[in-house]
Design a protein around this ligand. Sequence first.
Ligand code: PHE
Length: 490
Amino acid sequence: MSKEIREHWDSRTAFILAAIGSAVGLGNIWRFPYIVYKYGGGAFIIPFLVALLTAGIPLLILEFSLGHKTNKAAPGAFAFFNTKLKWIGWAAVFIGMGIVTYYTAIMSWSMIYFVKSFSLGWGTGTENFFFNNVLQLSESPSHIGYIVPVIFIGIILTWIWIYFSIIKGAKSVGKVVYITVICPWIILLILIVRGVTLPGAMNGLAYLFTPNFTALMDPEVWINAYSQVFFSISIGFGIMIAYGSFLPKKADIVNSAFIIGLADAATSLLASVAIFSALGHLALKKGADVANVVTSGPGLAFVTYPEIINLFPIGAPILGALFFAMLLTFGIDSAFSLVEAFSAAAVEKWNISRAKMNGIIGIIGIILGIIFTTQSGLYWLDIVDHYLAVYGLILIGIFECLAVGYIIKPEVIRNYANEQSDFPIGKWWDFMIKFFVPIVLIAIMIWNIWAEIANPYGGYSRSALLVGIGALVISFALGILLSINKKRTV
Ligand code: PHE
């Protein structure tokens, strides 16, 4: 630990907003609605809420408590209990760093769309515009092509934005999040009001909220619910450990975890109301069924939503700009939380100034991000995302639970969390951490691997997928390497 006194949030509100800022991101606005759409609407909501309560919030309590008790970022927090566990923390923050390298590319596309929206510059062929004009997509991952200059400029701008947001660690993050959390929420409310007052909106909402109980029998729905919860509340990357470590002595951990988890879920549901009501309108205009209007799931934000914006009777450019401003502001605090988790750990290890560390991270981030700005960028993004955000996160989740469940012992963490909290958690929490969550995660893992042996992910070639697997292996290898070199502190 460096000589400086550990930084702290200015207030509990700053902490809650920063954690919500990290949690709420593209995962809520873009990923959640398209997964709900894919699984037939209402069917997905029940598994999602079950996953939130049985795994999401218990792990949030675990990560906050680890950080708060030890006053350290992820590697130090694990090392506090047992130096042999340190690698889990390092692997988590390295995976997080991998994720930012492509998260900034999505931010860059959002910037391009933000600018284009003032003139509705995507025209009527929104699909063509996204793939051919913006991404200039090549035919396969191995056709790398050239760097698309605007996308590259966009990632540089995003990194500059990240750099300044975290320049003074928790102090500046605590200020920035007042804007980057509250503004997009206001925009979301505007888009909801606009959405639900469009003709046809009710059909979209009916699709969103009609439960389909037979879908509950499909394991794939449950698997996606658990992975979505993990990704959406940002657990498994060491972020919530670092954020918990910046909490002052008196902090209501259990209560905060519930507030943050529920706020994140509420945001996903509200974003879906905005999007599905607009999809209802799109279906009406096209004379199609709501179930058939979205052609490519991941294209929801960049292909389908611009198409909807074109249809807004009044103020289309402004509403378009608001939508992309919302994506950017929801996204930026998720991006910088990943960097902050790494940087907090690195500053503890190397005793180097935070500003220097963030500068180095930014430059490495830009260099590694170049691949995502090329014509094949979308493919690589999809592949790396799949291995880091799905497998990486699940693996870290499993290791975290096993470490706390069997080595650190859950009652140590539970007692600590309870001392800090107004309402206590009971023994059920130990059960979740020791058995339930790891079993669910291991089952998901096996199911995924099994399915992918038969059908390689996304139909990519096996050699392209190896790159994604490589990114995952390198994150773990670096994590292990950093933990065994020299026997010094963190
Ligand atoms: N939780 C963020 C979202 O929903 C994504 C994210 C994951 C951010 C992991 C940081 C870490 O978009």
